[in-house]
Write a protein that binds this ligand. Structure first.
Ligand SMILES: *Cc1c(COP(=O)(O)O)cnc(C)c1O
Length: 421
C-alpha cells in the first residue's frame, strides 16, 4: 500500500496534488511520501517483533538525507556500501553502532572512516579484505567488528543483474569454505567476529530462496559455535520484492517474511539484522513527467515525455516495468489508446514502455511513473547534459524540495578548463 491516490480526479501524494508540485518545481521530478516510507519501515520492524532485531535500511535504494532522516527517526539502522553512504548515514544523525558496512571492494580510506567514526560491523566479503581490515584496525589501535558474508549458492530466481547468491556471483565467500575463513578471522588481533551475513539478491518474489539460504546459515551458526566462535548476530540481507504492476500476483509481505525468519532462526538466540532497500523506498516514490509530443509513427504512437533513461534507468538496464498513470484521473468510460512511451535521449534504449495502454494523451499532459522510489534518483546521471532532476518530499499537506534542480550554469560550472586552453 502507498499514499499515491486519486482524490477529486487528481493524483495526490498524501494530501498534495502532484500537479501543484509540478507547477512549483517543474517537470520532471521525483516525489516521495513520508507516510509510505514510515509505513514500510514499520512493517518490517513489526514483522520481527518478539525477537531482538535491527532493520538497517539499505540506503543505496534512495539516499537523500531527508529520506534517511525520516527513517532514522523511526529507529532505522543503515546498511552502507561506500564511504559516501557512511557519511550520509552520519549526517542524517544515525549513530555508528547502527551502521553496517557491506560491499565487495571496501578501500583502506573507507575502513578508516568507519572505524574512527564508529561502526556496528563490517560485512567482510573476501580473505584479502579481511587481512586489509585487520591491518587498518591495528594501525588505529582498534578492533573491527565483523561478520563474513557467505554465498549460499541458492537461486534467487530474480533478474540476472541483481542475483547475488549463486557461486558464479562476485559476492561473499562460498559457504563451504566459511569455517576455514572464520578460523583465519579468529586469529587476527584487529578483528572481532560477531556474526554471519548473507544477501542473495534483489526483487525476490518468493520466500523459498530466502528460506534455503537461512537454513544454511543456521547450520553454519551451529558449526561455528562448535568451533568456538561467538555468533551473536545474523545479518540476513535485503531483497524482498515489491509489486511493480498493480495487477500481478504480489510478492510475499514483510509479515510472512518475518514469520519465516523466526521459524527458521528463532531458536538460535541471535540478534537478527535485515537490510531492506527496495521494499522501503520503491513504492514510496513516483517520477512525474510531462508529455512533450504525441508522435504518429508508421504503425504506432509515441508518447515523448520529458523524463529519460538518465533520470530513471531501470527499464533500460533491467527491462523493468513501471506503471505509468496520468495525473488527471481518466473518466471511467474512457477508451484507452496504445503508446510506446519514450524519452528524448538519442538511444533506442531510452524507452520506458512499449504498447502500453493509457487514456488518450495530449501535449502538456502530466504522467507519473509509479514505484520509482528505489533505484531511481540514485542511479540517475546528467547524460545528454540533462541536469539532475529535483527530489521532493511530501508529508501530509506540505511538501519541500529535498534536492534542487541545478541551473544550466551550475551544471556547466562543475567543469573546469585547464589553464593551457
Ligand atoms: C542491495 C543490497 C540490499 C538491498 O536490497 P533490496 O533488494 O533493495 O532490498 C541489502 N543488502 C546488500 C548487501 C545489498 O547489496
Amino acid at each position: 500500500m502507498d499514499h499515491f491516490l486519486y482524490k477529486n480526479g487528481e493524483l495526490h501524494a498524501e494530501d498534495v496534488p502532484l500537479r501543484e508540485i509540478a507547477a512549483s518545481v517543474g517537470t520532471p521530478f521525483y516525489c516521495y511520501s513520508t507516510a509510505t516510507l514510515e509505513r514500510h519501515f514499520r512493517l518490517f520492524d513489526e514483522a520481527l517483533e518478539g525477537t531482538e532485531h535491527l532493520v538497517c535500511y539499505a540506503m543505496k535504494a534512495a539516499s537523500n538525507l531527508a529520506i534517511l532522516k525520516v527513517l532514522a527517526a523511526c529507529g532505522a539502522g543503515m546498511d552502507v556500501v561506500s564511504g559516501g553512504e557512511y557519511a550520509r548515514a552520519i549526517a542524517a544523525g544515525v549513530s555508528g553502532d547502527k551502521i553496517v558496512f557491506s560491499g565487495v571492494g571496501k578501500t583502506r580510506d573507507e575502513m578508516r572512516l568507519a572505524l574512527t567514526g564508529g561502526i556496528r560491523q563490517f560485512n567482510v566479503e573476501s580473505e584479502p579484505e579481511m587481512l586489509r581490515l585487520n591491518e587498518v584496525a591495528l594501525e588505529l589501535g582498534l578492533k573491527a567488528p565483523i561478520t563474513v558474508r557467505v554465498n549460499p549458492d541458492v537461486d534467487a530466481k530474480t533478474h540476472a543483474k541483481i542475483a547475488t547468491g549463486k557461486k558464479e556471483n562476485k559476492f561473499g565467500i562460498p559457504i563451504s569454505r566459511a569455517r576455514d575463513v572464520y578460523a583465519m578471522a579468529g586469529k587476527l588481533e584487529g578483528l572481532e567476529v560477531v556474526g554471519i551475513d548473507v544477501h542473495i539478491g534483489s526483487q525476490l518474489t518468493e520466500l523459498e530462496p530466502f528460506r534455503q539460504a537461512y537454513e544454511k546459515v543456521k547450520e553454519l551458526t551451529l558449526e561455528l559455535r562448535a568451533d568456538g566462535h561467538t555468533i551473536k548476530r545474523l545479518d540476513l540481507g535485503g531483497g524482498l520484492g515489491i509489486p511493480y504492476t498493480r495487477a500481478n500476483d504480489a510478492p510475499p509481505l514483510p509479515t510472512d517474511y518475518g514469520a519465516m525468519v523466526k521459524d527458521v532462526l528463532g531458536d538460535l538466540g541471535c540478534e537478527i539484522e535485515i537490510e531492506p532497500g527496495r521494499l522501503i523506498a520503491g513504492n514510496a516514490g513516483v517520477l512525474v513527467s510531462e508529455v512533450i509530443y504525441v508522435k504518429e509513427g508508421e504503425d504506432r504512437k509515441f508518447l515523448i515525455v520529458d523524463a529519460a533513461m538518465n533520470d530513471l534507468i531501470r527499464p533500460a538496464m533491467y527491462d523493468a516495468h513501471h506503471d505509468i498513470v496520468p495525473l488527471a484521473e481518466p473518466a471511467v468510460a474512457t477508451e484507452p489508446d496504445t503508446y510506446d512511451i519514450v524519452g528524448p535521449i538519442c538511444e533506442s534504449g531510452d524507452t520506458f514502455a512499449k504498447g502500453r495502454e493509457l487514456a488518450p494523451m495530449q501535449e502538456g499532459a502530466l504522467v507519473a511513473f509509479r514505484s520509482a522510489g528505489a533505484y531511481g534518483a540514485v542511479m540517475s546521471s546528467e547524460y545528454n547534459s540533462r541536469p539532475m532532476i529535483p527530489e521532493v518530499l511530501v508529508q501530509g499537506d506540505q511538501f519541500a524540495v529535498i534536492r534542487a534542480r541545478p541551473s544550466l550554469e551550475e551544471m556547466l560550472n562543475r567543469d573546469t578548463i585547464p589553464e593551457w586552453l
